[in-house]
Design a protein around this ligand. Structure first.
Ligand SMILES: *Cc1c(COP(=O)(O)O)cnc(C)c1O
Ligand SMILES: [Zn+2]
Length: 409
């Protein structure tokens, strides 16, 4: 494992000793996640060693904590599938799908959680907490159960019931907050400070991005190269920030020569990062964003994105950008992806496909590009939105004639 050099604030540039701060920069007081973990990249002389480790701990050399603190549940090492039929239909040279829903708790959140839980062990913390629209909560609850940590979860009242079932099954203490995700986030923060819980809320704790970045190491190793573009959904921005940081670090360490353009996909009704990105491009500073948020894609329904600074700055550094899509296109993408690849993703998880169609139409991704879509969450968690989209299958009597009638039309 690489002992981090320190942490730096992406808002004011101030640097601090490693492990000296949990979430906030005392110098500028930016009220959201602005800290990034730094390493001495020159010390890394070779690419990742070939090991038997089938998990993200394989990338210990670029993680702040080592496998000796790792929780027992696996994180990382998800499949990377070629999607040639879909590529052909879209007129793309090459398309790959990184199925990050295939994690123990059914979403990409397990990467960040694994590193947060390992950091909590290293720091001797006694309990974990987070606010979440569902997936980060389920992830933390599962990994806390595996590691024997008590765990306190704050979800908005509107969180899908099946996601709450997951929390209860893992034995977490769950608070359903009668308010939005952003209100649950604020409450989880003050409660964590009051009771000394280590807070995993997305985009707040810099350890989350450290775990999230490993998806890019896997893509780079899986393809044997860096693709031209990577597309992923963004709510708080910690996932897209992690994707960018992973590729940027491969370049800083001298393992790769370039980075792909990274594109974040947001719902039209919850697009605070996309708006902050446009303002940043026109030369304005990045301020804490706050906008109303409404979309059927619950995992990216965020109005106050905690990772707005890294999500804007890192994406700009890759030469990528943001794209917003409408709710019907998110539902459509979920069906489209399921039917053409056999991967059933929740609407947020399928968002990259909707985003890719638009990016191609706008000429921001070109037909000759090699593109990777990251699927972030499983459709099995909350199939209700899909069930509303498709006609009910016919009910028939248990007789062959009834089948024939349907089959022959
Ligand atoms: C958390 C999540 C995202 C977005 O991650 P952020 O860090 O909030 O931007 C996208 N899709 C799914 C399924 C998620 O659970
Ligand atoms: Zn600062």
């Amino acid at each position: 494992m690489a002992e981090p050099l320190g942490v730096r604030c992406l808002s004011c540039g101030q640097e601090y000793a490693p492990w000296s701060l949990d979430y906030f920069c005392p110098s500028c007081g930016f009220p959201a996640g602005s800290l990034e973990v730094l390493y001495d990249y020159r010390k890394l002389s070779a690419p990742f060693p070939k090991t038997e480790k089938l998990s993200l701990w394989r990338y210990e050399a670029l993680l702040p904590v080592g496998e000796d603190f790792a929780p027992p549940l696996r994180a990382g090492f998800t499949p990377l599938y070629p999607a040639s039929k879909l590529a052909q239909e879209l007129g793309l040279r090459e398309l790959w799908i990184k199925d990050d829903a295939l994690h123990p708790t059914g979403s990409c959140k397990d990467r960040g959680t694994a590193v947060v839980v390992a950091a909590a062990k290293k720091l001797g913390r006694k309990a974990l907490s987070c606010a979440s629209t569902g997936n980060a909560a389920a992830s933390l609850a599962g990994f806390a159960a595996a590691s024997g940590f008590p765990c306190y979860i704050f979800v908005p009242k509107a969180a899908p019931r099946p996601k709450i079932a997951q929390l209860v099954a893992f034995g977490a203490r769950v608070f359903r907050v009668d308010g939005s995700y952003d209100q649950a986030f604020a409450l989880a923060l003050v409660a964590s400070q009051e009771f000394g819980w280590y807070n995993r809320s997305d985009g707040l704790n810099p350890m989350v991005v450290e775990g999230n970045k490993t998806v890019s190491f896997e893509i780079w190793e899986g393809l044997g190269d860096v693709p031209e573009a990577v597309v992923v959904a963004a709510g708080d921005g910690a996932v897209v920030a992690g994707v960018c940081k992973g590729f940027l670090e491969l370049k800083r360490a001298g393992f790769a020569e370039r980075v792909p353009k990274v594109f974040g996909v947001q719902a039209e009704g919850a697009a605070a990062i996309a708006h902050a990105f446009s303002r940043f491009l026109s030369g304005e500073p990045i301020l804490p964003a706050e906008e109303p948020a409404e979309t059927i894609a619950d995992s990216i329904c965020v109005g106050k994105p905690a990772a707005v600074i890294p999500a804007v700055k890192y994406v700009a550094e890759t030469g990528g950008g943001y794209v917003t899509v409408r709710d019907p296109d998110l539902l459509g993408a979920s069906l489209d992806l399921a039917r053409k690849t056999g991967i059933f993703a929740e609407p947020s998880g399928a968002a990259p496909l909707a985003g890719l169609r638009k990016l191609l139409a706008e000429g921001r991704i070109e037909p000759g590009d090699r593109v990777v879509l990251i699927v972030t969450g499983s459709g099995l968690k909350d199939p209700s939105s899909i069930l509303r989209e498709v006609p009910e299958p016919p009910t028939i009597p248990p007789q062959l004639e009834a089948v024939s009638e349907v089959v022959r039309g």
